[in-house]
Structure formats: C-alpha cells, structure tokens
Design a protein around this ligand. Structure first.
Ligand SMILES: Nc1ncnc2c1ncn2[C@@H]1O[C@H](COP(=O)(O)OP(=O)(O)OP(=O)(O)O)[C@@H](O)[C@H]1O
Ligand SMILES: O=P(O)(O)OC[C@H]1O[C@H](OP(=O)(O)OP(=O)(O)O)[C@H](O)[C@@H]1O
Ligand SMILES: O=C(O)c1cccnc1
Ligand SMILES: [Mg+2]
Length: 540
C-alpha cells in the first residue's frame, strides 16, 4: 500500500484567507495563468542541530491529487467573501484542479539542509499560490517531529528500542496522529497509538498503567487464580505458585516478602493470567525494589513453571539509571539461583518525562534500560515548537524573482534550481550543490567549485566520488509520477540517509555546519540580480 489514509480536514479550505484573496486578484487582473515556480524550504535547522529529515511528501501529493472545492466550500466562500466578488470566480474555483501543476521534490525521508528547496512547485501562478499554506502545514510539523525523533534515536545505542507514547499530550488529535506517524519515520520502533497502527502499519506497543495496579487491594480480590500450562494444558494454582516464589525470593533479593504490596501482586497475577506470553509489569506504584520487582519476579517464576516466559517490567519514576541497574542486578541473581539465563535479559522499559538531554545523560551515566517509552517531549517538540519552512516565488514567466532582505539569511535564491549531493568514497555526504536547471549535472570524480551562496571568500573545490540527484518529478499531468514507497521503505531510507551525515554534523552540542553551496554560475546570477534589485542610495 503506497498511499496511507489521510486526515479528512486536508482540503482546499485548509488554507489562509489571503491565498484565496490573492487567487481572486490574480484572476481578476488576468495573471492567473502566468507560469510560476515556488520553492518550499527552511532557513535554519531545528533544535540547534545541523540536519533535518524531510517528511510530509506523500501527504502533499495526496492533497494535490484530491484538490477540489466541494459545493459546500463554494457556498461558504460566497457567504464569507465580499459581495462584489464576481460570481464567475466561484464557477472558476469549482472546476479547479491541480493537473497542470508540476512538483519536484526530494524523496520523503531525505536529509535536508537550510535553503535547499524541499519541493519545487511549477505551474499557473494562481494554482501554485493556492497550495502554499497547506503544503507548509503538511511539511513543517512532519519534518520537525521526524527530526526530533531522529535526534532521540541518535542519542541512544542502536540496539535500544524506542516507543512513542505521546498521544495524550500531543497538540490535539491530528498532532498526535502525525507525531506517531513521523516519529516512526525518524527511527522510533513502535507507538502506543492504536489508530496510527491501523492507518500506517506502525507496530503498536504498550504496557499497563498505575490504575490497573491500584485497582487491586489484596489477593482475595482475584476472581481467577489458575493458569493452564502452555504445553500440557493442565490447570495450575497460579496465585499459590506466585506466593511460593515470593517467599523464596526473600533471601535472594534481601527483601521481606510479607512487606510487598499484595494489591500489586494481585494485579500482576491478574495481568499475567490475561497475558501469559506478554507479561510486562509496571513496578513503581509502591516501591520499585522492595515491592514491585520482587512481586514481578515471583510472577515471572510462576509463569516459567507453567512454561511461559515473562517479557519484563517498566519503571516510570525515580532515578531511571540507578533503578535500572539495581533491577538488572536482581535479574542476574535470580537467573543464577534458578538457572534461568533469560531472566537476566528481561526487558527493562523506562518512561517518565524523558527528553533528548535525559537520554544523553543516561547514556553517560550507564544504565540497564532496553526500551524507552517517550511521550510529551517527543511529540510536542519541547526544544523547538515549529520548523520555519517558507514558500517563496522564485521565477515568473521565465524571469527570476528575488526577495531581498536586510537579513542576509532571508534573501531568496532566485530561479529554478536543482540540488546535487556529493559523497566521498566512504559514502558520507561532503556538501550539497545547488545549480540552475539549465546547468549540466555534476560528474562523479570531477572537481567542482562549490561557493557559499552569500559570502564571496567562502568556496572550495570538491571532487565527489558519487553524486546524488536530489529531485524527482513527483507530480505532473494530474498524476503521481512514481510508485510511492511503502511507509516501511520510507523509514529505512530515512535511517540510511541519516547515516550518510557525518557524526560531527549530527552531534547534539555545537555540531559542525554542513555546507550548502551554489555553483559559480548560480552565485553570479544571484548576486547580479540582488544588486539590480537594490536601489543605489544617494548621499546629499
Ligand atoms: N538518572 C537520571 N538522570 C537524569 N534524569 C533522570 C534520571 N532518572 C530520571 N530522570 C528524569 O528526572 C525526572 C524525574 O521526575 P520527577 O522529579 O517528576 O520525579 P519522579 O521520579 O517522577 O517522582 P514521582 O515519584 O513524584 O513521580 C524525569 O524527567 C526523569 O526523566
Ligand atoms: O512522560 P512521558 O514522556 O509523557 O511518557 C508517557 C507518560 O504517560 C504515562 O503516564 P502519565 O504521564 O499520564 O501519568 P504519570 O506521569 O502520573 O505516570 C506514562 O506512565 C508515562 O509517564
Ligand atoms: O503502554 C504504556 O506503557 C504507555 C502508553 C501511553 C502512555 N504511557 C505509557
Ligand atoms: Mg507523567
């Protein structure tokens, strides 16, 4: 399945009023058919980093493919817009489609850098203009949260499992669903969001909450106390077995079996009877080391006697590094005493307000956590709430357009451009080179002058071992031009792309800026146009 389900609110009215106002003014003044090119790009990487993951392309293509003002949309506009809007404009809008628009883009999941167009939109001015806000809203959060997830991913060792638990804290239902989708792209392994699992095929994962533990006061409340042996099918007195093992654990773990919470034990027993092959217990409701872990291990050993293996436990408070190490030490002791080596390797899941800095700190301290469950700070992008993608007109009727600014970073790079990524012999990215579309493609093994777009003295010769052409034509003649990859393939591509970015560009503290350069031809073109666009002052 290439295309995944799409939010139903993504439609032509999901835009800013000024797009429709401009559309009318273009139409009224006879400019609507003029041939335009817009670039969609950002100026600064998020989170103080030096890379961004580009996401949201499939949603953009689906939006363009389904672009149609519904009768109710037109009726609403007639009421909402001024009376003097000519009625023929509404007739024009009601038949509008995006079939003569062309969209060039980087593949979804590409690593992107400032000033590179992520999308290049070409076609009639009115139509290309109408797409601005919706394309931005589809790309900005998707790329931001995917990049956030990728940063969390790089903060931990590759074999660690990351689960996204953010739905309850996300910016509304659509924010939650988008976060689950794009965190998976960024390298998370699963989500607690069940709808995201259904829509996007993301593995759904989860444990249980404190409420399940608190819902039991004591063992008498257990209505079911038996469990059938997985192999023989024979009914076993499961609750009794758990109490027997709890007693044995007293001297091994140096705890008092009578002091563990019996409500907690009852909850674990009930949960294990319900999920004998999927038992993962939340152990911090009362006291992790004196109650939660002994109760958990007692149930795990009883499960073993019934030919099942427990999965692990979750820590949700306290010092996660210290507690995880103590828990692992308990696992090692029990594994040795009972000669059950898998007990040593049971999964330790940690959650509770984890952010990127916590992950880096935990890695430095040393810990025994296998899986991180992360919600709030991941999905709300705590470090930076928005990516600043913009949409700028760069060419009209074959003539380049430039937006000048006092702030050099805000000057747009005019004209239709291509982007090439240069790689060294290790497959690491050296720099990106922007060219005008009439320049020839750079050739691998050939030296090329790469210039900073704005600073004359910053330039270098680069000889790439390989060259990646970053754009593909994705939308033309009213059709998606490439069979789109599956969501799994996009995720794999994103993970491969991140590995091509040198470690010093990826580190979290003061990363080295990646070079985004232009050819000599584009440099001269840009600066000539810039000069011509700025009037010469006169001092009296
Ligand atoms: N070893 C650690 N190093 C750095 N940060 C940690 C470590 N262990 C836990 N944290 C973080 O410290 C914070 C602790 O949260 P908080 O102060 O709310 O305490 P708590 O353990 O949740 O207490 P409570 O029992 O009240 O829930 C969390 O953000 C958690 O991710
Ligand atoms: O901490 P996050 O990264 O957002 O991860 C998700 C959190 O959601 C759940 O509890 P919730 O926060 O609802 O309640 P609690 O903090 O009292 O456990 C869970 O136990 C995690 O703590
Ligand atoms: O499954 C979990 O453990 C979970 C799910 C959502 C939020 N917090 C935890
Ligand atoms: Mg919490």
């Amino acid at each position: 399945m290439a295309m995944t389900e799409h939010s139903s609110v993504v439609s032509p009215l999901l835009t800013d009023l000024y797009q429709i106002s401009m559309a009318y003014a273009y139409w009224k003044s006879g400019k609507h058919q003029e041939e335009s090119t817009f670039d969609l790009f950002f100026r600064k990487n998020p989170f103080g980093g030096e890379f961004t993951l580009f996401a949201g392309l499939e949603d953009c293509l689906k939006f363009v493919q389904n672009y149609k003002f519904q009768t109710s949309d037109i009726d609403y506009l007639r009421k909402a817009l001024p009376d003097y809007i000519e009625k023929e404009f509404y007739d024009f809008l009601s038949t509008l489609d995006m079939n003569d628009i062309r969209i060039y883009a980087m593949p979804e999941g590409s690593v992107a850098f400032p000033r590179l167009p992520l999308l290049r939109i070409e076609g009639p001015l009115l139509k290309a203009q109408l797409l601005e806000t919706t394309l931005l809203t589809l790309v900005n959060f998707a790329s931001l949260v995917a990049t956030n997830a990728a940063r969390f991913r790089t903060a931990v060792e590759p074999q660690k499992i990351l689960h996204e638990f953010g739905l309850r804290r996300a910016q509304g239902p659509d924010g939650g669903l988008s976060a689950s989708k794009y965190c998976y792209l960024g390298g998370f392994d699963g989500t607690s969001n069940v709808l995201a699992g259904k829509l996007y095929g993301i593995p759904i994962r989860g444990t249980h909450a404190h409420a399940f533990v608190s819902s039991y006061q004591n063992l008498d409340e257990l209505k079911v106390r038996e469990l059938s042996d997985r192999i023989t099918g024979e009914s076993r007195p499961f609750a009794q077995l758990c109490l027997k093992y709890l007693d044995e654990l007293g001297s091994i773990l140096k705890i008092f079996p009578d002091q563990t919470s019996k409500g907690e034990l009852a909850a674990f027993i009930a949960y294990a009877i319900s999920f004998p092959s999927g038992f993962l217990a939340l152990v911090d409701t009362y006291d992790v080391l004196k109650s939660g872990v002994p109760n958990f291990l007692a149930v795990a050993l009883a499960l073993h006697e019934c030919n099942y293996e427990a999965l692990g436990l979750r820590l949700d408070s306290g010092d996660l590094a210290y507690l995880s190490l103590r828990v692992r030490a308990n696992f090692v002791e029990v594994a040795q005493k009972f000669n059950l080596s898998y007990i040593e390797h049971l999964n330790i899941v940690a959650s509770n307000d984890i952010n990127e800095d916590t992950l880096h700190s935990l890695e430095k301290q040393g810990h025994a956590i296998d899986t991180f469950g992360i919600g709030t700070h991941l999905v709300t992008c705590q470090k930076q709430p928005a990516l600043g993608c913009v949409y700028k007109l760069v060419e009209l009727n074959g003539k380049p357009c430039i937006k000048v600014s006092q702030d050099i970073e805000k000057v747009t790079i005019p004209g239709r451009k291509n982007v090439y990524r240069f790689y060294d012999s290790n497959g690491e990215a050296l720099c990106d080179l922007m060219t005008t579309t009439d320049e020839s493609e750079p050739i691998p093994g050939t030296r090329k002058l790469c210039r900073h777009p704005f600073y004359e003295t910053k330039r270098a010769y680069v000889t790439p071992t390989t060259v990646q052409t970053m754009y593909k034509l994705y939308w033309a003649n009213g059709q998606i031009q490439h069979a789109l990859p599956t969501w799994q393939e996009v995720r794999i591509y994103a993970q491969q792309q991140i590995k091509t970015v040198r470690k010093d560009h990826r580190r979290n503290l003061n990363p080295t800026p990646y070079k985004v350069s232009v050819t000599d031809h584009l440099y001269l073109f840009l600066h000539r146009l810039w000069m011509n666009s700025v009037p010469i002052g006169e001092l009296a």
